[in-house]
Write a protein that binds this ligand. Structure first.
Ligand SMILES: *Cc1c(COP(=O)(O)O)cnc(C)c1O
Length: 382
C-alpha cells in the first residue's frame, strides 16, 4: 500500500529544481560573504542576488529583507526586537496578539510578559478565528509596543484581514507584525500594497529547505537584534549567512509566486471536494476555521466523541499522513488552545483533524481518503 502525504502545513518536500540551485554553494562556492577575497565576493553576490529575488517576490526593497534560521526565529526577532526597541524609545509596554497564534509568537509574547514585564493582551476573534478589526481599533494606542496577528492560520486555515489590521495600527503609530509562514505558500504577498511593518516567512512551508526563513522589516521599523555578534544582516541578525539555504529560500519563493494562481486553483478545488465529502460523510463533524476565507490547501475538522490521536494513528496505518493541527503529542490528549479559544467544548475539540494538500496531491487520493474516513470515525466512536 502506498503512503499518501496530506500534511503539507507541517512541511513540504524540497523542490528538486531548488535543490539544484542550492548544491554548488555547499561545495565549490563555499566562501564567507563577509570575506574580502574573491571567494567571499562570490558568496556575497549569491547572498545579495537571493535578497533581490526575495524582494522581487514580495514587491519590496532588498534592504527590507533579513535572513534568519526559519519562521520561528523570524517571529522571535519581530516580537522581541520590536518590543525592546519600542519600549526603549517610547516607553510603550503593551503587546497585543490574537488567541490563535503559532507558539513561535504566543510563547515569545508570554516570555516577554513573564520575564520582561510587558503587559500582554489578546485581541478577540470571531467563531472562525478571525481577528475583529473594530476590537483592535479600540485596544491599540500609544502604550502598545507591537501588534502581532497570524496571516493564514496553521491549525484552522483562516485568513486574517491583515491589511485592514495593519492600517489600524499604522494610524495609531504602532508597528504591526504578521506571521505569514503558512500564507507565503499560497497568497500573493505584495508589500507595496499594505502598511505591514514586519512579516515572517519560512522556506520549508513552500518547498524550500528547513532551517531558513526571512523577516520583512519595512523602512522605519526599529528592531533591537535578538542575536548579537557580527554586523551581518544590517546588524539585525549576527552570524555567517547560510548561503545554500538562503539561495534555496529565494528560488522556492520565486517558483511559488510564479505558479501561485494555478496551484491555488487546483488545490482549492480538491480542498472543497474534501471538505464537502467529510461533512456529508461523517455525522457530528464540524469544519473549523472560516468556510471561505481560508488557505486554499487547508481543511480542518472536529469530530464529536473521537480521540484525534487515535484517528491519526489509524489513518497512518491505512496509509494517510495527516495531523491534529496542533503540536499535540501522543500521550498528551489535551485539546488545542486554538480550538478551545474558538469556544469548542472538549468533547468536540479533542477530535481534531487537519488535512493539508500540496502540489503533489492527486484527486484519486482525496477520493480514497473520503472512502475510508467515515468508517474509521464510526469504529472509534463504538
Ligand atoms: C511552521 C510555522 C512556524 C515555524 O516555522 P519554522 O520554520 O518551522 O520555525 C511559524 N508560524 C507558522 C504559522 C507556521 O506554520
Amino acid at each position: 500500500m502506498n503512503n499518501i502525504y496530506l500534511d503539507y502545513a507541517a512541511t513540504t518536500p524540497l523542490d528538486p529544481e531548488v535543490f539544484l540551485k542550492m548544491s554548488p554553494y555547499f561545495t565549490e562556492d563555499f566562501g564567507n560573504p563577509s570575506s574580502i577575497h574573491s571567494w567571499g565576493q562570490m558568496a556575497e553576490a549569491a547572498l545579495e542576488n537571493a535578497r533581490d529575488s526575495v524582494a522581487d517576490s514580495l514587491n519590496c526593497d532588498a534592504g527590507e529583507i533579513v535572513f534568519t534560521s526559519g519562521g520561528s526565529e523570524s517571529d522571535n526577532l519581530a516580537l522581541r526586537g520590536t518590543a525592546f526597541a519600542r519600549r526603549e524609545m517610547t516607553g510603550a509596554n503593551q503587546i497585543l496578539i490574537s488567541p490563535v497564534e503559532h507558539p513561535a509568537v504566543h510563547e515569545t509574547a508570554r516570555q516577554l510578559q513573564e520575564n520582561f514585564g510587558f503587559q500582554l493582551d489578546m485581541i478577540p476573534v470571531d467563531e472562525f478565528g478571525r481577528v475583529i478589526p473594530a476590537k483592535l481599533e479600540r485596544m491599540v494606542d500609544k502604550k502598545t509596543a507591537i501588534v502581532s496577528v497570524i496571516y493564514g492560520n496553521n491549525e484552522i486555515g483562516t485568513i486574517n484581514p491583515v491589511n485592514e489590521l495593519a492600517s489600524i495600527c499604522h494610524l495609531a503609530g504602532v508597528p504591526f507584525h504578521t506571521d505569514a509562514v503558512q500564507a507565503a505558500a499560497h497568497l500573493d504577498l505584495n508589500m507595496k500594497n499594505n502598511s505591514i511593518d514586519l512579516m515572517s516567512i519560512g522556506a520549508h512551508k513552500f518547498y524550500g529547505p528547513k532551517g531558513v526563513g526571512a523577516l520583512f522589516v519595512g523602512k522605519g521599523a526599529r528592531l533591537s537584534p535578538s542575536q548579537t555578534g557580527g554586523k551581518q544582516e544590517s546588524g539585525m541578525r549576527a552570524g555567517t549567512q547560510n548561503i545554500p539555504y538562503i539561495v534555496g529560500l529565494s528560488e522556492a519563493l520565486r517558483i511559488t509566486k510564479r505558479d501561485l494562481s494555478i496551484n491555488a486553483g487546483n488545490m482549492s478545488r480538491l480542498r472543497d471536494k474534501l471538505i464537502n465529502g467529510v461533512l456529508d460523510g461523517v455525522p457530528d463533524s464540524i469544519l473549523t476555521g472560516h468556510p471561505t476565507e481560508r488557505l486554499p490547501n487547508h481543511a480542518s475538522f472536529v469530530f464529536k466523541h473521537v480521540s484525534g490521536n487515535d484517528l491519526l494513528m489509524i489513518l497512518d496505518q491505512r496509509g494517510f499522513a495527516c495531523s491534529s493541527g496542533s503540536a499535540c503529542k501522543v500521550g498528551e490528549p489535551k485539546p488545542s488552545d486554538v480550538l478551545v479559544n474558538l469556544g469548542l467544548s472538549p468533547e468536540w475539540a479533542s477530535g481534531s483533524l487537519r488535512v493539508t494538500l500540496g502540489r503533489q496531491t492527486e484527486e484519486e487520493s482525496i477520493i480514497e481518503f473520503l472512502n475510508i474516513l467515515p468508517e474509521i470515525v464510526a469504529s472509534l466512536r463504538r
